[in-house]
Design a protein around this ligand. Sequence first.
Ligand code: HEC
Length: 144
Amino acid sequence: MKALINIALIAIASVVIFVIARSTLEIQDRPQVNNCIGECYAAYLAENGTIAEQARAAREAASAANPADLGKALFVTCAACHGAGGEGGIGPQLNARDAAFVVDALNTYKSNVARGPQSAMMFGVAAALSDADIANLAAFVESL
Ligand code: HEC
């Protein structure tokens, strides 16, 4: 009798372990990821284009984006000091500045030339910016 109870307990424990393992491994509804061939692949191509076409579309979208939008993406690195809307903080207020001012200031910092008492804070920031980055940032700041 005792042996029967032990066997029953072991059987129950096995079921519990199996159920837990199955749920944690998520093998129940695993999608079929590697059999998109034939019609499935043709449908994928019709919807998304080939990899090369997707890459070209992404490039075209990037070059078509306007400078202020590109600058906005870069400005997240400036926002900590200048405020998300350029309202100022650790760094001076920027939202009243025009593009030419920003280009001139950033190029000055990029050449490690001081403009104000805290210019050292901008040297490292400006050094990492390309001419295109500076133009895009300037366009965004002017739009604020
Ligand atoms: C670590 C804080 C910090 C970050 C990050 C930062 N700045 Fe600055 N920024 C300053 C400080 C401080 C000054 C004032 C420097 C001085 O005394 O010349 C300044 C000055 C400027 C000026 C000149 C403003 C004026 O009125 O003369 C511009 C333009 C500027 N920053 C743009 C940017 C842009 C664009 C970014 C992002 C790419 C950026 N800054 C990131 C702190 C920062």
